[in-house]
Design a protein around this ligand. Structure first.
Ligand SMILES: [Zn+2]
Length: 607
């Protein structure tokens, strides 16, 4: 397919203006003036030429951080539904227009996904947006910004499948359904930017325009496309595009430690990477206090971003944080790219937990932290796990406190303890899991770790403990179980009151609030903590804690005495109702937990 012709480019400039007008009428997002700059000549497409792929997507980067994404459909469609849907961010920020504004389109939701539906079958759809670097929790960014103006563009958020009419076309918005997901070969991507600016996909960089026809992977996974001119550094292990705005010490640390980390992971797991990854490291200009980072891995690449004033100075703390962050993401090349979890949710502890566990171990191996610090990190993870997962099976727990990370790291320490008795370590076990995955469908799950531990002859009781925590949850006296398992991995700790435990930034008052809500409310946890107490929202799921401000638990004021209140809460007698002081009431509220309530499975935490 040809992409450069004068007529085509001119046609596109005209086409750009029509969507602006249409967007005023249909798009809920801000309306922008039509761009006056002409697009790169390569951006146009000859409308008379039929596309061979079902969907042809052109992405044009314009001056001023503006983007125009045009879908051309080989056969007209009633709309599209986006593959990645957990965040509903598109409809507010993306302007849409179909067929140069001739076909009205609107935002909708189809089968739980953000979707765009047309009033009649459309041939082309144009989306206009500005660079969006806002956080998308547990998902990839739309764009990552570099200090020099380079940008990463994530194709996954634009991956979509056609909408089809359930009956005969055309049909109303209510009557559309998602078509089957597309295969990678069903889409052709065409990227363009201004002359003199590079575009890179994986290890391929070209000036001003680049065409891409993915041949493998899932359509919705996507990739990050780099727009900019930072030199791509070739190394024996792969390529790095490193933001010149990254503090010098972080650049140097990346240059020195990334090859070491990759070599250490390969050796520890006895598993060589079968590809050479590309690393994009960005440092968006940001003077916010504190330290922020965001990373992600995708087939063949790692994206790392670090921003905030807290990174500026090299201290033992920032040095450790940086290496652990980089190491965590690099280990995803093994546990997320070369191999992948079988069940996204139930096996998350294996990928996030192993990335955390092996990032601690690698930081230790590289001399960035010592044994003592490595052990403290694992004790902290164990405490975090006990607090966040409660008695919910880890395979089902999600959300608050991200138990897949903390419990996952803790369980890999348990794995290490079991392996040690056989003169092996956690690296040997995950290496065995990877080897098994390599000889089958490249996927792994909880049962593979359990099988590997049994294969090496690990102690049955400890293996059962891991299986139980994943599939059934922690039971009473979990603190002692966890302490004993950590000890087998050479990690000494003692059981202490929660307020004395090794915890990172625990806010005991809010832990108290959460437990009170779990006790009284069925499912929904809804309260706000302030310096005056805990404000429970008036929601129907709760019995007593409805629209009240709790200012004390027993004799402990909240939030001031939150630590003692939490200690008292985890050691209380179940048969005695909790006494809560509520603002505006003379008598205390006496709260008995609902019958389905299961108390926290510990009375102490670890130090
Ligand atoms: Zn991760």
């Amino acid at each position: 397919m040809r992409w450069t012709s004068f007529i085509a480019a001119r046609a596109l400039v005209i086409a750009v203006c029509a969507p602006c007008l249409a967007a005023c009428a249909t798009g809920p997002g801000p309306v922008e003036p039509c761009p006056s700059t002409t697009v790169a000549a390569s951006a146009g497409t000859d409308a008379s030429e039929s596309t061979k792929a079902p969907i042809d997507i052109s992405v044009v980067e314009r001056v001023g951080d503006k983007w125009e994404v045009t879908y051309r459909f080989a056969k007209p469609v009633m709309g599209i539904g986006f593959e990645r849907g957990q965040h509903r961010f598109r409809y507010e920020h993306w302007n849409i227009a179909a067929d140069d504004g001739a076909t009205p389109v609107e935002w909708t939701e189809v089968e739980g996904r953000e979707a765009i539906v047309a009033s009649a079958p459309m041939h082309a759809l144009t989306i206009r947006l500005v660079t969006d670097t806002s956080e998308k929790p547990s998902d990839y960014l739309v764009h990552a910004a570099f200090a020099d103006g380079s940008r990463l563009f994530y194709t996954g958020h634009f991956a979509a499948r056609p909408l089809v009419c359930k009956g005969t076309a055309p049909c109303e918005a209510k009557q559309v359904a998602l078509a089957d997901t597309l295969a990678p070969g069903d889409i052709e991507w065409h990227f363009a930017t201004e002359a003199g600016r590079g575009i890179q996909i994986l290890d391929r960089r070209e000036p001003a325009k680049l065409d891409w026809s993915p041949t493998s992977g899932e359509h919705g996974d996507g990739t990050y496309v780099y727009f900019g001119n930072i030199e791509s550094i070739q190394t024996p292990f792969g390529q790095m595009v490193v933001d010149p705005g990254l503090p010098k010490w972080m650049r140097e640390s990346a240059n020195t430690n990334i090859p070491k980390l990759l070599a250490w992971f390969a050796e520890a797991t006895q598993t060589e990477l079968t590809f050479k990854p590309v690393l994009f490291v960005s440092a968006p200009p940001d003077e916010e206090p504190g330290r922020y980072s965001k990373g992600g891995s995708l087939p063949g690449l790692i994206q790392l971003a670090a921003w905030g004033r807290g990174w500026k100075a090299e201290t033992p703390e920032t040095r450790e944080a940086w290496v652990r962050f980089v190491a965590h993401e690099l280990f995803h090349l093994w546990n997320g790219e070369m191999f992948d979890r079988r069940d996204n949710r139930a096996d998350a502890w294996m990928s996030e937990g192993s990335s955390d566990y092996f990032s601690f171990a690698a930081a230790r191996a590289l001399g960035v932290i010592d044994d003592e610090r490595q052990h403290r990190l694992l004790v902290q993870a164990a405490n975090q796990c006990l607090l966040s997962v409660g008695s919910t099976p880890l395979a089902q727990a999600r959300g608050r406190g991200n138990p897949e990370y903390s419990c996952g790291a803790m369980l890999w320490a348990f794995v290490d303890g079991i392996a040690r008795e056989k003169k092996l370590d956690a690296g040997d076990v995950i290496g065995g899991v990877f080897a098994r995955a390599a000889s089958s469908d490249r996927r792994y799950g909880t049962s593979d770790v359990i099988s590997e531990l049994r294969r090496i002859g690990g102690e049955a009781k400890s293996i059962d403990t891991i299986e139980r925590i994943v599939n059934q949850g922690l039971v009473s006296a979990a603190d002692e179980v966890v302490r004993a398992q950590l000890a087998k991995a050479g990690i000494a700790s003692e059981r202490v009151a929660p307020s004395q435990a090794s915890l990172d930034g625990a806010r005991f008052s809010s832990l108290v609030g959460r437990e009170l809500a779990v006790c009284d409310c069925d499912g929904r946890i809804s309260f706000t903590g302030s310096d005056r107490g805990l404000d429970f929202d008036d929601v129907p799921e709760c019995t007593l804690l409805k629209g009240v401000r709790v200012t004390a638990l027993g004799k402990y004021a909240l939030p001031a005495d939150g630590a003692n209140a939490f200690d008292a809460l985890v050691t209380r007698d179940d048969k005695v109702p909790l006494e809560l002081k509520v603002e505006g009431r003379r008598d205390p509220l006496r709260l008995s937990c609902r019958s389905a309530y299961r108390r926290l499975p510990f009375t102490k935490l670890l130090k």
